[in-house]
Design a protein around this ligand. Structure first.
Ligand code: MTE
Length: 299
């Protein structure tokens, strides 16, 4: 797989605006979707990917412990091959699909996305993956389907964190069907052109770049098309604190902290916080889906 970002820029390069615009043209039509709306030098700086070590050592994957370094320390023991994904509910071709068979039908591309955790830290991550829409079209979505539900593997013998009732296991998440079909919504299989490390959700995880990171559920074993809003783990834990939508929104604070700014991982202890962008910078691609909705109510 091509290392598009690294081929002509090292991670230590400052990215001047002109260089960024060139890059944008290079990527147009390939992986440019997430970049098309980005304007201005601040955004250019913004899209400098975090280092491999930062992305793979500072993780949230509570099945392996609640500390940021627990997933890197413990997730190695998760068996990821063979890997099956059950796809059921309102689909034309329900079944248990082998991950390798899914891969053989999909086109893998690179998407460099901002990633904003609800805890107010962020990274820029060069994912590899395919559009969730392609997978849903492969299995055929039936009329009447309105939501997509996802479930993470639950295998206590390999997951030390599930001994504790931090949340109700298995980890679950959900999207509205139009959100799931949005071209930005990615099923990630890798990062930096390498297979996804276990701690980042191998072999297959969701990436929804305009939503808080907890929506991007890891190590998926089940996808269900349904007509009802599905249960989502953090929302079940506290609906007051973690809404079903959880779109990144600097004007709607978490009850216990502000969402107006974020700390970009890798900037050092004293780095200035950067402003959080509406829909994490993907407003022009996604705002239309929420037209007429009160975003402080449907947060
Ligand atoms: N998926 C599962 N199954 N378990 C988790 O604990 N944490 C979420 C999300 N997906 C989580 C999960 C949260 S809070 C975040 S911020 C991202 O994964 C972190 O992804 P990363 O560790 O690859 O950066």
């Amino acid at each position: 797989m091509a290392h598009r970002w690294q081929n002509d820029l090292t991670r230590d390069d400052v990215t001047p605006y002109g260089a960024f615009m060139n890059r944008r043209q290079l990527m147009a039509g390939m992986a440019g979707l997430g970049l098309a709306s980005i304007a201005g030098p601040a955004a250019a700086e913004d899209l400098k990917p975090n280092a491999w070590d930062e992305i793979t050592s500072y993780c949230n994957f509570y099945e392996f412990g609640t500390g940021k370094s627990d997933p890197a320390a413990n997730a190695g023991q998760m068996t990821t091959s063979p890997w099956k994904v059950e796809i059921d509910g309102l689909v034309d071709r329900p079944g248990t699909y082998d991950f390798q068979d899914i891969l053989s039908e999909m086109t893998i591309e690179e998407r460099i996305y901002r990633f904003r955790c609800v805890e107010a830290w962020s990274m820029v991550i060069p994912w590899n993956g395919f559009e969730l829409a392609d997978l849903l079209n492969m299995v055929g979505v039936k009329d009447g389907a309105k939501y997509v539900a996802f479930e993470t593997l639950l295998r206590p013998e390999e997951m030390p964190g599930v001994r504790y009732p931090t949340i109700e296991w298995p980890y679950r998440e959900g999207l509205r069907l139009d959100e799931a079909m949005n071209p930005l919504t990615l099923m990630a299989t890798g990062l930096y052109g390498k297979p996804l490390p276990n701690q980042n959700g191998a072999p297959l995880r969701l990436v929804v770049p305009w939503k808080y990171g907890f929506k991007s559920i890891k190590s998926i074993v089940r996808i269900t098309l349904t007509d009802k809003e599905p249960p989502a783990s953090w929302n079940m834990y506290s609906a007051r604190e973690y809404g079903f939508y959880s779109n990144v929104n600097p004007t709607v604070d978490h009850p216990r902290w502000s969402q107006a700014t974020e700390r970009k991982i890798g900037g050092g202890l004293f780095a200035k916080r950067i402003p959080t962008l509406m829909f994490n910078g993907y407003e022009s691609e996604v705002a239309g889906m929420y037209e007429g909705m009160d975003l402080s109510k449907y947060f």
